[in-house]
Design a protein around this ligand. Structure first.
Ligand SMILES: *Cc1c(COP(=O)(O)O)cnc(C)c1O
Length: 375
C-alpha cells in the first residue's frame, strides 16, 4: 500500500526483542532440535515478510504455515527451506503444493492415500492424533499407518503430533501430556521396527518447549513464545525463560475536540458526556483488529504518557478516547499496545479486557496496518 508508514496506524516490530526470544528459546531446546517457527496468520499479525526475513538472518530456515496459500507466499518471499502446511489442503490445491514445493500434513490415512494419487511429487509429514482429537490419524491405527509406507509415490519425510494440554505442568495435564508423547513415540518405534524411516519427528510447540523440553524431537514448532508473549498473563508465572514482546501497535490522533456536558459521542446516543470532556479521535478501528468489545471504557490507549479510556463505540476505522486533562494535539501518537514513558499496555491487557487470549488479539491485527522494524 502506498502511504507513509507511520501515517495512520502501524505496528512496530522490535528486532532486539525477537532476537532475545530466539536466543532464549534456542537455549531451552532439546539437543538436535531446530526452531521451525509458526508464521501462519501473517506471523500472528506481526507481518510475515518482516518476521521471516529477520528469522532467516538468525539462521532459521524452516517454517510452519496453516495453509497452502501462506506457504506459496513464503516461497515467493524467497524462503528455500522446508515449509510445512499444518492444516488441510483440498485436492483442488494439490498443484500448489507441488509448484511451491510445500510439505503437506497428511491429516489422516485416507488423506495420505489421496495425496499419493496426485501425479507430481509432494513431501508429506504424517500427523498422529494422540489425544487432541483435531487433525491426525489415531495412534492406535498402526496397521493403516504402516501401510502408508508401502504406497509407491508417497514421500513421507516427517511425522508429528500436537500436545493439547502442555500449557501447564499440573498433575492431570502432565500425565496426559506424557501419555500423548508415549503414544507418539510408540508409533515412531513401530514404524522404524518395520524398517521404514519416519524422517523428522516433532511434537513441541511454544508451551511444549517451555514446559516439556525433555520430550525432544527434531523441530520445535514455536509460534506465540517467539513473539514474546504467552497466551495468558497467568502463564508467565511458570515461564522458565525471559520473553520480550516483539510488537507495538500505534495510531495517529486525527482530531481533538471539547464536548459540552450532555453531548453524545460516536454512533448511537448511548454515550453522553456527564461533564465537559475533551476527546481525541484515533485513526484505528476494529477493522484493524482492535476488539470492538473494548468500547465504552473497557479499553484505552496511552497518549502523552497517560492513559486515555475509550468513549462510546469503537468504529470500523476510528476510535474515540477521553483525553480530558491530557495535553494532546492532532498528529500525536497513541499507543494501543506498547509503552509510553513509564506506562505500558500489553497484549495481555487487551486479551483480558476483551475475553480472549493474546494469540487471537495479535493474529487479528489487520493488513491495513503498516509494519515497521525498529531496533
Ligand atoms: C499454530 C500451531 C503451532 C504453534 O503453536 P504456538 O502455541 O503458537 O507455539 C504448532 N503446531 C501446530 C500444529 C499449530 O497449529
Amino acid at each position: 500500500m502506498r502511504a507513509a508508514a507511520r501515517g495512520r496506524a502501524w505496528i512496530e516490530i522490535s528486532r532486539g526483542a525477537l532476537l532475545q526470544n530466539i536466543a532464549a528459546l534456542r537455549a531451552r531446546l532439546p539437543d538436535g532440535c531446530a526452531l521451525m517457527p509458526a508464521v501462519k496468520a501473517n506471523a500472528y499479525g506481526h507481518g510475515d515478510l518482516m518476521i521471516v526475513t529477520l528469522l532467516q538472518r538468525s539462521g532459521i530456515r524452516d517454517f510452519c504455515v496453516a495453509c497452502a496459500a501462506e506457504g506459496a507466499t513464503l516461497r515467493e518471499y524467497g524462503v528455500t527451506g522446508e515449509i510445512l502446511v499444518l492444516g488441510y489442503t483440498h485436492p483442488d490445491d494439490f498443484p500448489l503444493l507441488a509448484e511451491y514445493q510445500l510439505t503437506q500434513t497428511a491429516v489422516d490415512c485416507a488423506y495420505a492415500k489421496a495425496l499419493s494419487r496426485f501425479p507430481a511429487p509432494v513431501r508429506v509429514h504424517l500427523k498422529i492424533d494422540t489425544g487432541m482429537h483435531r487433525l491426525g490419524e489415531a495412534a492406535a491405527h498402526m496397521e493403516e499407518i504402516l501401510s502408508l509406507f508401502s504406497l509407491p509415490r508417497l514421500q513421507i519425510t516427517g511425522i508429528f503430533t500436537h500436545l493439547s494440554a502442555d500449557d501447564t505442568t499440573d498433575a492431570p495435564e502432565r500425565t496426559f501430556t506424557h501419555r500423548q508423547a508415549e503414544a507418539f513415540f510408540t508409533v515412531v518405534r513401530e514404524i522404524e521396527a518395520h524398517g521404514y524411516s519416519c524422517g523428522k519427528k516433532h511434537l513441541l510447540a511454544s508451551y511444549g518447549v517451555l514446559n516439556y523440553p525433555e520430550l525432544g524431537g527434531d523441530y520445535a514448532r514455536t509460534g506465540i513464545a517467539l513473539y514474546g508473549v504467552l497466551s495468558r498473563r497467568s502463564d508467565l508465572a511458570g515461564c522458565p525463560i525471559p520473553l520480550s514482546p516483539v510488537l507495538s501497535l500505534k495510531a495517529r490522533v486525527a482530531a481533538v475536540k471539547t464536548l459540552p456536558k450532555g453531548a453524545s459521542v460516536g454512533y448511537g446516543l448511548g454515550c453522553v458526556a456527564g461533564t465537559d470532556r475533551t476527546v481525541a479521535v484515533l485513526s484505528v478501528g476494529y477493522a484493524d483488529g482492535l476488539p470492538r468489545s473494548l468500547s465504552d471504557g473497557r479499553g484505552g490507549v496511552l497518549v502523552a504518557g497517560q492513559y486515555a479510556p475509550t468513549v462510546g463505540k469503537i468504529c470500523m476505522d476510528q476510535t474515540i478516547v477521553d483525553v480530558t486533562g491530557i495535553p494532546v494535539r492532532v498528529g500525536d501518537t497513541a499507543v494501543l499496545i506498547g509503552s509510553s514513558s513509564t506506562r505500558e499496555i500489553t497484549a495481555y491487557d487487551i486479551a483480558e479486557n476483551s475475553g480472549t487470549i493474546t494469540n487471537e488479539v495479535l493474529s487479528r491485527l489487520g493488513p491495513r496496518l503498516a509494519r515497521i522494524v525498529v531496533p
